[in-house]
Structures are given as C-alpha cells and as structure tokens.
Design a protein around this ligand. Structure first.
Ligand code: PXP
Length: 249
C-alpha cells in the first residue's frame, strides 16, 4: 500500500521542451504547457535548469512556472551570484545546485564539494534564509554526502548517470553501480539528509532505482520528453507514476 512514508515523488524536468522551442526561436512548444500536462498526469514537481547560457529554460519561463503552475518548482542552478539573485527573487520550493560547464551536453557529473566550498556554503545559507530548500547534486560517494551535510544542505540528489549508462553492462557491474547508490542513499538518510536521485533514468532504470526505499524523489527529463514524441507526455508520466507506485506498494 502506498502511504505518505513510502511514496516516491516524480519530478518532471521540462528543459528539453524548451530545447525544442529554442531550436526555432519561437514560442512552441511551450514548457508551461508541458508542466500543466505533467501536473494533470500526476507529477509531483517540475524541475527546470536555468543555465548560464540560457540554452533551454529562460528567465521568463522561470517567472511563469512560479506564477502559473500548481506544482513545486525545483530550480536547478549553478552556485553563482546571478543564479542566487534569481532564486531569491522567485523563491522556488527548492534549488538543486549543480555543476555547470559551458561545453557540456548535459550535467555530466556531481558537484565537486571541495572546490569553492566557502562560496557554496554561503549560497546554501542564503537560499535557506529565504525559505528555499537546498539540494546538492552529487556523485554516489560517502565523502560527498558527509560534506553536503557539513555545508548545510537539506537534500542530496544522487547522480544516477553511471548506473544508467551501465544498466546493460554485465550483472556484476550493474549490481555494483546499484549497490553503490543504495548504500550511499541509506547513509545520507541516516545522517538526516533527504535523498533524491536522477539523471539518465528510463522506465527500466527508474523501476530498479525506486526499490531503494529511502529515496523520496526522482527527477527525470530527457527520457520523458523523448518518449513523449511516441506516446504523448500524459501517457509517459502516467506510466512512470504507475511504475513508481507499483515498486513501492
Ligand atoms: N537531476 C539533475 C540534477 C539534472 O541536472 C538532470 C539533467 O538536467 C536531471 C536530474 C534529469 O536528467 P535526465 O534529463 O537525464 O533525465
């Protein structure tokens, strides 16, 4: 049975709706329309990454997501002064601090918490003072969990990219990747951090990852938007919700 305690939230990342829109420089497809469909289909939150180069989500999208959508917004951002000011202005439900390199295609790895850690600590403090929950996107490593706690984060989001990339590798490697995420998630939970996970997840990988019972939220983007081309956004999100509920009941 699904209860408040074992419920696994689904955050839908709508960045790639904006990627398609921006390919033609117009207004279609509108990420807000995607967010509304996600809401109707049972998503629990919307995730959007405002990049320094604004390659997908725009400032105006963030403004509209806050004003017009009935779901909590998880704003992904780099720990820069510009992003901190934007977050404080709009006050999303949560900010997930991610590493950002201009040349990368996607967020390739977790944050390096030992670089500019004072700056990061200050950014976390300011967000929390503004009643914004703070999540750090990190690789599944014990020292990163400990450091995230020390820096004052509320949440850690575990990067599942390596697990997802190795899903069709040998059973030994796949199990190793899974166990790493599972053990690290339990450790983070034990020391009082809320634990989320995401990156590269599909129907198959999300099904396996959702068996890690301490996880409270998965954030999924690329696969949802890609699969929506074939099945429709509403249908894909409903399928994800059914998978997560099924694994937790
Ligand atoms: N979580 C974080 C912190 C991310 O940066 C991303 C990618 O933007 C995702 C989740 C979603 O990853 P994907 O688009 O591969 O599902």
């Amino acid at each position: 049975m699904i209860t408040e305690d074992n419920y696994l939230r689904l955050g839908v990342n709508i960045d790639h709706v904006a990627t398609i829109r921006n390919a033609r420089g117009g207004l279609h497809p509108d990420p807000l329309r995607a967010a509304n469909i996600a809401y109707q289909a049972g998503a629990d939150g919307i995730t959007a990454h405002l990049r320094e180069d604004r390659r997908h989500i725009s400032d105006h999208d963030i403004e509209r997501l806050i004003k017009e959508i009935d779901l909590p917004l998880n704003l992904e951002m780099a720990a820069t002064q510009e992003m901190l000011d934007i977050a404080i202005k709009h006050k999303p439900n949560a900010c997930c601090i991610v590493p950002e390199k201009r040349q990368e295609i996607t967020t390739e790895g977790g944050l390096n918490l030992n670089v500019n850690s004072h700056k990061l600590e200050d950014c976390i403090k300011k967000l929390k003072e503004n009643a914004i929950k703070v999540s750090l996107f990190i690789d599944p490593q014990k020292e990163d969990i400990e450091k995230a706690k020390e820096l004052g984060a509320d949440i850690v989001e575990i990067h599942t990219g390596s697990f997802a990339n190795n899903f069709h590798n040998t059973k030994k490697i796949r199990d190793k990747e899974f166990n790493q995420i599972s053990n690290i998630s339990s450790f983070a939970n034990e020391i009082g951090l809320e634990v989320h996970a995401g990156h590269g997840l599909t129907f198959d990988t999300a099904k396996v990852i959702s068996r890690i019972t301490v996880l409270k939220e998965l954030n999924i983007g690329h696969f949802i938007i890609g699969e929506a081309v074939f099945e429709g956004l509403d249908c894909v999100i409903k399928k994800f919700r059914a998978i997560l509920n099924n694994e937790r009941s």
